[in-house]
Design a protein around this ligand. Structure first.
Ligand code: MSP
Length: 507
């Protein structure tokens, strides 16, 4: 089955920070998991390069917007590769192929009678590239996200008749109660719609860094409309000589954070309807990574450099931490101290030590071959239908809830080894059968959790599976007692070496 999943495309007005990495990692976990299930996955990420946030940043640096876009798009590409994201394409909205699709779709909106000329007046935030309503403002004139003072702006431009989509949108929501997940975001978007929709300006006259309006080239298409269309345009040129639109459109999931809910949950489906295109199957809206109680963001300056963190701790550790520390869907704080604590207690101890102890015992007591044995009934029960549960969670993009299910079993295996004390049984030849059961159970448990952890810890879980003598990586193999032992184990080395350096925590 085709499965199409996207991240937001990130603004190139600054360098990538952990907030951006967060969404990309979560999307990558889902993409990898779906591939393990045999789905035909297309995973898209990229950069949003036009519009005022980018042209203002370029102006501040005294360089042309394209130069800034080229430089930062490269950084976003690098960070995606460095975090081991398996995106199938990286779109840049400055790609000429994208611009051609934008022109084509907005022309269709106009031909369909959804576009007119008008004047807009309101509070405008250039960093958001968005107008704000009075009720959204802080202290009467400040942007609730960037905290900067806003000016009232007036502009003649082209408008999209968003207001006429109120009813079709309400119907979309009524017919698809899980169209936006989690439910709280569905309610938020729906109440925004029910509050009454105003038409949306579709172009900007003040800036030139964008896709020209096909019928009025003095104006450029509003950056948000340009940007949203990336999800659709990418499919038409991601593969040379092939159009993937038929196969993958509409998207199965757009993953976003709550800052851009309105654009995706309201404007986007309306635009698609107006262009006679099918709407995506689902949006998943996650919360914010906070540092010192504030949303991590370039403009607030409280960012952690993902490259530095990965240099010190490795890629898997960062992937794990982000999805483990913050319950996906909610806001949550991250910190160097929290990172170090999870790294040491969970990755190095719970998983890493369990793995090295288990392999060492199999080497020592059973000549490096996993015993062929019956599984302990207790473990069979505790593993239960773990894989089914993890799949169900990930179907709903509950990325940290799925990880929690898996980690409960990692902890269970730790308790099992402590309680069953195999090193004592090893001294007594009469207990050989019992020791077989325990060593087999540990190897089997590690095999199952590692298969399920592969999307989260692609390097380390793979290394552990290889050390367990396992070649199979599909989700079907992730059933406790599906493998009956007999595998020859190999060398593992340390999965997560302890890190003591004080500079490490200051990263
Ligand atoms: N360019 C628009 C999106 C267009 S999509 C058609 C944009 N870009 S952005 O660079 O500001 O990225 C916003 C997205 O980055 C958020 O929706 C989220 O996915 C991610 N995050 C940025 N900072 C974040 C946090 N501090 N916490 C969680 N996610 C964060 O908006």
């Amino acid at each position: 089955m085709p499965f199409y999943l996207t991240t937001p495309i990130y603004y190139v007005n600054g360098e990538p920070h952990l907030g951006h990495v967060y969404t990309t990692v979560a999307a990558d976990v889902v993409a990898r998991h779906m591939r393990q299930r045999g789905e035909d996955v297309f995973f898209l990420t990229g950069t949003d390069e036009h519009g005022e946030p980018v042209s203002l940043a370029a102006e501040r640096e005294g360089i042309p917007p394209r130069e800034l876009a080229d430089r930062n798009a490269e950084r976003f590409k690098q960070v995606a590769a460095r975090i081991n994201a398996t995106n199938d394409f990286f779109i840049r909205t400055s790609d000429p192929e994208h611009a051609a699709v934008v022109s084509e779709v907005v022309t269709r909106l106009k031909d369909n009678g959804h576009v007119y000329e008008g004047t807009y007046e309101g509070w405008y935030c250039p960093r958001c590239a968005d107008f704000k309503t009075d009720s959204e403002l802080l202290d009467g004139d400040r942007c609730p996200i960037h905290l900067i003072e806003l000016e009232r702006e007036q502009e003649d431009n082209w408008f999209f008749r968003l207001s006429t989509f109120q009813e079709p949108l309400e119907q979309l929501y009524a017919e698809n109660p899980e169209w936006v997940l989690p439910g709280s975001r569905y309610n938020e978007a729906l109440s925004f719609i029910k509050g009454g929709l105003q038409d949306l300006s579709l172009s900007r006259a003040r800036i030139s860094w964008g896709v020209p309006v096909p019928w009025d080239p003095d104006q450029v298409i509003y950056v948000w409309i340009d940007a949203l269309l990336n999800y659709y345009s990418a499919l038409s040129y991601a593969r040379e000589g092939e159009d993937l639109t038929e196969k993958f459109w509409p998207a199965d999931v757009h993953l976003i954070a709550k800052d851009i809910l309105k654009f995706h949950a309201v404007f986007w489906p309306a635009l698609l309807m107006a262009a006679d295109l099918p709407v995506p199957a689902r949006l998943y809206v996650h919360g914010y990574l906070l540092m010192d109680d504030h949303k991590m963001s370039k403009s607030l300056g409280n960012v952690l450099d993902p490259f530095k963190v990965m240099d010190i701790y490795g890629t898997d550790a960062l992937r794990y931490y982000l999805l483990r520390e913050v319950s996906f869907g909610q806001d949550g704080s991250i910190s160097p101290e929290g990172f170090e604590s999870r790294y040491n207690t969970e990755l190095a101890n719970d998983y890493g030590n369990l793995a090295s102890r288990t392999l060492a015992m199999i080497k020592r007591y059973r000549d490096g071959v996993v015993p062929e044995s019956e599984p302990a009934a207790g473990l069979v029960d505790e593993f239960g239908d773990l894989t089914t549960t993890v799949c169900a969670r990930l179907d709903r993009i509950e990325v940290s809830a799925a990880l929690d299910e898996i980690w409960t079993r990692v902890r269970l295996l730790n308790r099992y080894v402590q309680d069953s004390e195999p090193w004592k049984l090893a001294k007594d030849p009469q207990s050989a059968g019992d020791l077989d059961v325990i060593l087999y159970g540990l190897a089997e448990g590690l095999r199952v959790v590692s298969l399920l952890l592969l999307p989260y810890l692609p390097e380390t879980a793979d290394r552990l599976l290889a050390a367990l003598g396992q070649e199979e990586r599909s989700i079907e193999a992730a059933r406790f007692a599906a493998s009956r032992g007999g595998a020859r184990i190999g060398d593992l080395g340390q999965l997560f070496p302890k890190i003591e350096s004080p500079e490490a925590t200051a990263a």
